[in-house]
Design a protein around this ligand. Structure first.
Ligand code: PHE
Length: 337
């Protein structure tokens, strides 16, 4: 009997020791420690033993064996449970090592870079930066710029209208600004001269995208209002800007032109060191009617304004063949600049 008990105990302990999962421990508990387990079976046979001494000895052996098995089951169960927990935690651990890989930093878009450098250059020349809304009134975008309703020059700016009627206003008088020139008007209305501002921003025209046109693009506007400002100040400012922005090997020129809001008006061009010319933008002396619309006396104040496209300038500067590439969101393009 004692031999059977010892054999059963040794077998049980060996099995428990070899168990590798909590499920196996559950099965072994039933098999050895349960009410219908092997040791319980042996205990039932105690009654069949001949002497009290034998019963005592065998009963003590069964109890020892059961205690040893219980202890072994407990120990193994908790060991396997904590091992399982470790495995689970390992499995659920977030892999943060990608953050130790060399970071690939993005950078500003080509047009944003140009916009920011332009601001820097003009701030260096003594200008401050002004802003205005992208949704404008007809009055700020055209009328105050010496283009009353029906003025033929309005056709030069293919206008997108916004379906919004301002309180007390007329239908069809809210537009997406077609140029940054309405910021001239807003600045003159809000500030006393002298005024030296540049106004970069997004502008909108009803255009089909092609290599040189986008319906949404960017301009930068310059406005100077002071006493005794002449066309020489305009030419000098454009030239100082040209050399500061493009480099000392570049020159500029003004060519007679027409804008309703400047008189006289001029296109301005930039000459590359190789002698070739790039058309950049429009400029001129602020028209007396524009000053009057902003409650400024043309006999006291004079000034000049200029405006040009940022996108097109970046395109020229970096030799981009097609404006649409700038907005195609293709990393292979964007990463080149
Ligand atoms: N607003 C003009 C345009 O969009 C450019 C310009 C600005 C011309 C200021 C003269 C003076 O074409």
């Amino acid at each position: 009997m004692i031999t059977d008990i010892t054999a059963a105990k040794d077998a049980a302990l060996a099995h428990i020791d070899a168990a590798t999962t909590v499920d196996e421990i559950v099965a072994l508990t039933t098999r050895y420690a349960g009410k219908k387990g092997e040791l319980a079976g042996l205990k039932k046979q105690l009654g069949g033993l001949d002497t009290i001494e034998e019963k005592k000895a065998a009963g003590a052996a069964v109890n020892d064996a059961m205690n040893a098995i219980d202890a072994a089951l407990d120990e193994r169960r908790s060991a396997l449970k904590s091992a399982a927990l470790v495995t689970q935690v390992e499995g659920e651990r977030l892999d943060l090592t990608e953050f130790f890989a060399p970071p690939t930093r993005g950078h500003a878009h080509l047009v944003t870079q140009a916009w920011e450098r332009l601001e820097d250059v003009f701030v260096g020349l003594g200008f401050t930066v002004a802003e205005g809304p992208e949704i404008e009134t007809d009055w700020h975008n055209f009328e105050a710029l010496n283009m009353p309703i029906g003025h033929p020059a309005r056709g030069e700016w293919d206008t997108l209208f916004v379906d919004h009627v301002p309180p007390g206003g007329e239908p069809g008088t809210t537009v997406l600004r077609t140029h940054t020139s309405p910021v001239q008007i807003r600045t003159m209305l809000a500030e006393e001269p002298p005024i030296y501002i540049v106004a970069p921003g997004r502008v909108f025209r009803r255009d089909t995208p092609d290599a040189t046109h986008m319906p949404v693009f960017h301009q930068i506007e310059g406005l100077v209002i002071d006493r005794n400002i002449t066309m020489a100040d305009l030419a000098g400012t454009i030239d100082a800007f040209t050399k500061a922005y493009f480099g000392p090997g570049f020159n500029s020129r003004l060519r007679p032109s027409y804008f309703p809001f400047t008189e006289p008006s001029a296109e301005f061009d930039i000459q590359r060191p190789d002698g070739s010319w790039i058309e950049l933008g429009g400029s001129g002396m602020v028209h007396p009617n524009v000053l009057r619309a902003c409650n400024l006396d043309p006999d006291e104040w004079s000034g000049f304004a200029f405006g040009f496209g940022i996108d097109r300038m970046a395109k020229e500067r970096h030799g981009v063949g097609d404006l649409r590439d700038m907005y195609a969101d293709d990393k292979r393009f964007v990463e080149q600049f």
